[in-house]
Write a protein that binds this ligand. Structure first.
Ligand code: PMP
Length: 441
């Protein structure tokens, strides 16, 4: 078992200067220390007690090239030597041109600093373009920590929003905050993922005032429920029919499932999209982009799109270097990501089967989410609440963490993971599930 002596001492020190001792409430459990990182290389992390962790969080997603990637460091240093203050320049144009080439919907591009920031801007562009007000999201999905996109209204005309902790709803934790503007979620309607009939009924009733639909095209924040065959195509058709802007939030799918994200992988092209996390390989940058006709509301100065650090030159250099490495050897990185994911999924599911534990591993190439259920798959929030055991999920993820697996409830994969890393994950899965089997005995 790990010793956490130094880590605890650092936590005490950090708590005197940093609220909560941590940089994000999601980076640690309540009243426990986060892992303070002394050294990070490839997909391995060392804390100040010299414990070795296997990183399947990748800094909550961005570190698609692993940590301390030499060529990435050199590219950023080279940009610092040229210019590191925030002016418009050639490097941002080059980054935007490259993004245009690789993201199917990206006819025009703008930069932001975080995923939440980019989603917020995309929704504003959609409202500006359509002149409509309401927006639609999906129960259990997550788009960032801002008032307007954290949760939503569960039923039309229903005052209750998903923004408080509901012990029967695992996903409600993510949306809870005090201090939110009272009417922040009035215009946000939430529906079930993978239920076209519900979306169509809502569009029939409210389509005249719905500006956009925002989705995680593979909801990794909601148990990795893949879109059912034909679902994305159906949503695309409905959005076109009702003049609703379709926004893919590719914060987790972009540069992971494929370079061009879920839209490239599934061949369904949204009107707007957001790329964040992996797009900068570890540097704080996000992108929102979309059809020329829609993004033109920015060019025409009808919609205000501003931010001092949007498109910072170092961020642009980070994007270009991340793409360069991921494109190398004819996209070998994505074949590696897919094969690591597949190996991990099979190994983890086999471990569960051999111990008689009902656990499946859902997800996409590049990211997985273990689900404790008797069913073969879980398709949406309603299904998960009825058929998945989240206390077992929490226990399992904690046991993995105790064994040095870093994660954010989901596990994400990089081409820099090695066979040894995947084997370790599978071995620790067996150990954790064995403990859980003995809990029950
Ligand atoms: N969208 C999705 C799908 C996310 O998973 C996240 C963060 N986990 C965000 C948006 C928000 O990104 P950020 O934390 O950079 O604001």
């Amino acid at each position: 078992m790990f010793v956490h002596k130094m880590n605890e001492e650092i936590y005490q020190r950090a708590s005197k200067a940093i609220a909560g001792g941590s940089l994000s409430n999601f980076k640690k459990a309540k009243n426990s220390a986060p892992v303070y990182v002394k050294k990070a290389e490839g997909c391995h992390i060392y804390d100040y007690d010299d414990n070795l962790y296997y990183d399947f969080s990748l800094s909550a997603g961005p570190a698609i090239l692993g940590h301390s990637n030499r060529a990435y460091q050199e590219a950023l240093k080279a940009q610092i030597d040229k210019i590191y203050t925030n002016w418009d320049g050639m490097i941002q144009i080059e980054a935007a041109e490259k993004l245009q080439q690789i993201i199917p919907s990206a006819e025009l591009v703008r930069f932001a600093v975080s995923g939440a920031d980019a989603v917020f801007n995309a929704v504003r562009v959609a409202r500006g373009y359509t002149g409509k007000n309401l927006y639609v999201k999906f129960k259990g999905q997550y788009h960032g920590g801002l008032d307007y996109i954290l949760g939503g209204r569960t039923e039309k005309n229903e005052a209750r929003t998903i923004d408080g902790i509901d012990s029967t709803d695992y996903y409600s934790d993510m949306c809870y905050t005090e201090g939110r503007a009272r009417h922040a979620l009035d215009d946000c309607l939430m529906i079930e993922w993978n239920d076209l009939a519900e979306m169509e009924a809502l569009f029939q009733e409210e389509g005249n005032d719905i500006a956009c639909v925002v989705m995680e095209p593979v909801p990794l924040n909601m148990s990795g429920c893949l879109p059912e065959p034909g679902y994305l195509e159906g949503v695309r058709e409905l959005c076109s029919k009702y003049n609703v802007v379709l926004i893919f939030d590719e914060t987790l799918t972009g540069f992971r499932m494929a370079l061009g994200g879920a839209q490239e992988y599934f061949g369904v092209v949204p009107d707007l999209c957001v790329f964040a996390k992996a797009v900068g390989g570890g540097f704080p940058v996000a992108v929102y982009a979309g059809k020329r006709e829609v993004m033109r509301v920015i060019a025409d100065a009808r919609v205000l799109a501003v931010g001092t650090y949007n498109g910072h030159p170092i961020a642009a250099a980070a994007i270009l270097e991340t793409i360069r490495q991921l494109e190398e050897n004819d996209g070998e990185s994505f074949r590696m990501i897919a094969s690591h994911t597949e190996m991990a999924k099979c190994g983890m599911e086999n471990a569960a089967k051999s111990l008689g534990i009902q656990m499946i591993v859902q997800g996409m190439p590049g990211a997985l989410f273990p689900v404790f259920t008797k069913k073969e798959k879980i398709i949406n929030h309603r299904d998960a609440i009825a058929n998945a055991d989240f206390s077992m999920h929490r226990r399992f993820m904690n046991l993995l963490k105790d064994r040095g697996i870093l994660h954010n409830s989901r596990l994400v994969f990089s081409p820099m993971h090695t066979q040894q890393d995947i084997d370790y994950l599978i071995r620790m899965t067996k150990e954790a599930l064995t403990v859980m089997a003995s809990d029950k005995a």
